[in-house]
Ligand binder design. Structure first.
Ligand SMILES: [Zn+2]
Length: 292
């Protein structure tokens, strides 16, 4: 059994199909320690975290992937972020009168949209949005991939409140297997085999065991595990940029009322306070918000 939170890539030899497995316990626990969540929200956040970690492995440059859902349901906002070097953070807001009996995905995120944002360290961000019309996060993400990337993907996400795990299967552009029918057939076989995986197996089995259990008739190359850790990327500088973006008039109004501006990072609880003198300096340098 793997000792630490990780993701691990695998490749089907001879087929243009890749996969990725993620399993999170410690980082998940650290993220949950920042805020008290009802069980249904804990589990939903776990799925978002596992999904963000899985999808971050599809990003081919330094940066971060942000999964964010907004809804009219019991969870108006939930987000998970994972950087390309697998640093993870996440947060959810939930209605105070959340009833455990209405804890289905469609209740929690009723009339919602899911945004997938890829933010490179250098260059423009890219965002795709899908309505949350499916019965699970995994199904919504599959729809997103089908619409935006034209690459078929299959996702499994599971969370028991202590551990969250995910499996991603994804077609790659045709390279090794160019015959269309054969390509479709192989993908369908892999999908059917994967569909026999239970949530409990995904949570409890080691990765080699999972792959053997599902795909022992295929040749699968398993890559090294990459550790995933909890790390909040907030900083004084980023907070200052956010204040700059809010605008001088609003911020100076707060200063007038309170003498300083205090910002608490919702992800980790860290507090940043800015004095009037610091903020005056900030608003004197108009290029600051543009440089990053
Ligand atoms: Zn933070």
């Amino acid at each position: 059994m793997e000792q630490y939170d990780h993701c691990q890539r695998f490749l089907f030899e001879g087929l243009d199909i890749r996969g990725e497995i993620v399993r999170l316990s410690e980082s998940y626990e650290e993220i949950l320690a920042n805020k008290e969540y009802p069980p249904a929200v804990r589990e939903l956040l776990g799925e978002f975290l596992a999904a963000a970690a899985l999808l971050s492995t599809t990003v081919k440059f330094d940066g971060r992937l942000v999964l964010q859902a907004r809804s009219q349901g019991q969870v108006p906002l939930i987000m998970a972020e994972c950087t390309s070097d697998q640093q993870l953070r996440g947060i959810a807001r939930f209605s105070e009168d959340l009833q455990p009996e209405v804890a289905e995905f469609s209740d929690l995120l009723r009339s919602g949209t899911l945004a997938i944002t890829i933010e490179p360290d250098q260059g423009e961000s890219y965002q795709g949005i899908v309505p949350l019309e499916q019965q699970s996060l995994a199904a919504c993400l599959e729809e997103y991939f089908a619409r935006s990337e034209q690459l078929e993907s299959q996702l499994f996400l599971v969370c028991d409140g202590q551990t969250c795990a995910g499996l991603l299967l994804q077609q790659l552009p045709a390279q090794l297997l160019r015959d269309r029918d054969l390509r479709r057939e192989e993908w369908s076989t892999i999908r059917q085999l994967a569909a026999t995986l239970t949530g409990n197996e995904l949570l409890k089995l080691g990765n080699e065991d999972i792959l053997y259990r599902l795909f022992h008739q295929h040749r699968v190359k398993l890559y090294d595990q990459k550790p995933v850790i909890y790390h909040c990327s907030c900083s004084r500088e980023r907070t200052a940029r956010a204040l700059h973006a809010i605008g001088e008039v609003e911020i100076m109004d707060i200063i007038e009322e309170q003498g300083e501006v205090e910002v608490t990072c919702e992800f980790c609880g860290r507090q940043y306070s800015f004095s009037e003198a610091e903020l005056e300096l900030l608003f004197e340098s108009p290029t600051r918000s543009k440089t990053h």
